[in-house]
Design a protein around this ligand. Sequence first.
Ligand code: ACM
Length: 638
Amino acid sequence: MTDPHAAVPEAASFHLDCRWQSAGPHSAGRLLFELRNLGAAPIEGFRLAFTTLRFAGRGAAADNARLLDRRGYFHEVAPPGGFRLAPGDVWRFSLGDIAGAPQHRGEGIASAYLTLAGGERPAVTVGDLRREAPEQGAATGPIVYALTPWPAEADLTPSDRLPGYLVPADGASVDELAAVSAVSALFRRLFPLEPVPFSLMALPGDRPLRFAHDAALGREAYRLDFQGEDILLTASGPAGRQYGLTALGQLRRGARAGCRFPAHGHILDQPRFSWRGSHLDTARRFFPVADVARFLDILAYLKLNVFHWHLSDDEAWRLDIRAFPELTAIGSTHGPDAALPPQIGGGRHPSGGCYSHAEVRALVAHAARLNIDIVPEIDIPGHSTAALAALPALVDPDEPADTYASVQGFANNALNPAVELTWSVLDAVFDDLAELFPSPHLHVGGDEVAEGAWLASPLARRLMADLGLDGTEALQSHFMRRVQAMLGRRGRKLAGWNEVANGGGVETDGTLLTVWQKAAIGAGLAARGYDIVMAPAEAYYLDMAQSGDWDEVGMSWAGATPLETTYAYEVGGDIPAGLLPRLRGVQSCIWTELIASRAHFNHLVFPRLAAVAEAGWTPPAEKDWERFRALCRFCPVL
Ligand code: ACM
């Protein structure tokens, strides 16, 4: 197991800013620090550790601080005895005699943590190294505001100045300061070479940011008013505030690179859909925890709010299940001598990976801080080769091998509803899923159960006869109904791929189906009473190649999907107006058989993911292909 703390950004209730104060040509000057408590409790008797290239000399003149330790770049300081840092308060101190005058923004605080009186070590977010603000340059680009997704309503006039850092005005609440610190940290992680757009330390030339609350705005809505130097962000809660801050950060990034920052006007914004998602197949290819965490950051930047996490497939089972450790011990490793042979991209060296509960908890907490819901998927009853290899007792001993095969060529790959162990394993799986993931929906796959599945299993045939069921699809419907009841006992609703509706389907109430095979299927499912999320392969499968060119990478079975096709797909064209209440939203799917490297991932996923994000957020009348294409250069990558 890797240490999730190293790979997943942690919650930070403290924020450290630092500014360099020049002292003329004969001195390196001083570093001036501001430590803010953004948590709910006061602290006392604490020590602050940090690292910086511009280390303080042994005899550093510390002001309002005691320098307790300094070895190399490591420093530990403490406030004067009896000092108490209440929520919202600032501890200001400075150090002189530093090792040379800083020449670049990146020479400030590289990392920091606190040691509290009780020994706990909370994380500290750090800001850019600031200096007495030089005159901000002019912004001269064409009048394009670098916003992706584009807002529902924007009425703006451009500034010809580049704004300084965006800094909360006096009077901001602790929650508001913490929100700015969190979005600032998000931008730092996504764009480590760029200045962050925000600071909590005000210097001349900065742009003050005021906050207001308006309960009439939706949970994810926000309003931004620009008036000269003044910016006002209004929201009804944390999600809208995060999206408003993200929009401001995007505007400032863009203004530094040929776009403009608003001088006057307003943005009034809210999403088109409540489900704006992306799926990621971590079964075909294992993504380290740090990559999943970064992918969540990218979703947040694009104002996506659902991560559909594909955790099992024929190739591998990636989630630790406490009661059945074989699932990952055997089912997540491939190699010439392993139970599972190498699959696409695998070779003579064993490979694999799985997610521990500690890692999942860290990712779920990270997602929650970004207002993202993680919907885990265990893909059953088909796509289960890895589970069947890990637990051979799941197979009916009297079923001949190789009696049916999936479209991907995996023989006899479905969990058997007539084998009692199937239900013990699923009980354990759903116990762990429900404990780890707060999402109201748990996704249980249901796709591509092969024609003829179970028909040569004597146990399954007996079950079909007892229940009066005829054929694979009818038995799949029975399987899924039993799964639905198990989820219901755990207070969760069923999500699945569109084939869950086959053979009689399941109870429609609360069920959510991901429509993938063809967009045209969506309307029929909605008419039957299912809630739907549209992820049509012909537009939103980001593993599809982007052209028919022989040298292009990606899959081809759903056709070539250039960026413009993904952008142009309009979900409303496939769902009649009367059924629109059943349409919960849109999502992309990232299947990974042919995603052989980070280069493949970035080439296939970006900026098509941003096109899906804009479809999920922006009213169709406000979409604009030329504008979107011009702004794609700002899209982050993994
Ligand atoms: C799927 O692409 N089989 C959901």
